[in-house]
Design a protein around this ligand. Structure first.
Ligand code: DQA
Length: 142
């Protein structure tokens, strides 16, 4: 069974309540249930943190324990965090970055992602479906 980690960064614990016009009305728990239901042959590890260091440590831990792929929405840290970029580079785990909203249609400061440089690809603007497409892609690798 393949093991896929789904990591979510700051403020995504408030999915469903937070700016629903941008991020929709479904919660993080809804997303996790949908992924479990859609990919029954996959072992998921779900992790959300509002703390940059916790996310860095989680990626390092996945590198140690072994993981077939990471679906990563680093949220605002995408635009600021060299530490998360370095963590991905050091882990060497195939990663697809997901943004629920289309960051390219939004403020300029959201257009650049440091973490995207260490990802296989980026899905932005397709809502929670982006996470499904990312898992599909990672399961098709290798
Ligand atoms: C986000 C986009 C980021 O710019 C923002 O800071 C988020 C969520 C998205 O999923 O669309 O928190 O990553």
């Amino acid at each position: 069974m393949k093991r896929i980690a789904v990591l979510n960064g700051p403020n995504l614990d408030r999915l469903g309540k937070r700016q629903p016009e941008l991020y929709g009305s479904e919660t993080l728990a809804d997303l996790e249930n949908q992924l479990r239901d859609s990919f029954t042959e996959t072992t998921f590890e779900f992790f959300q943190s509002n703390d940059e260091g916790d996310l860095v440590s989680k990626i390092a831990n996945l590198a140690e324990t072994g993981c077939d792929g990471i679906v990563f929405n680093p949220a605002a840290y995408s635009h600021t965090s060299i530490a998360l970029r370095d963590a991905l580079a050091s882990a060497g785990i195939p990663t697809v970055e997901v943004h629920i909203s289309n960051i390219h249609k939004r403020e300029r400061f959201r257009h650049h992602s440091h973490t995207a440089n260490e990802s296989l690809g980026v899905i932005a603007g397709l809502g929670l479906k982006g996470y499904h497409y990312a898992v599909q892609h990672l399961l098709g690798l290798g």
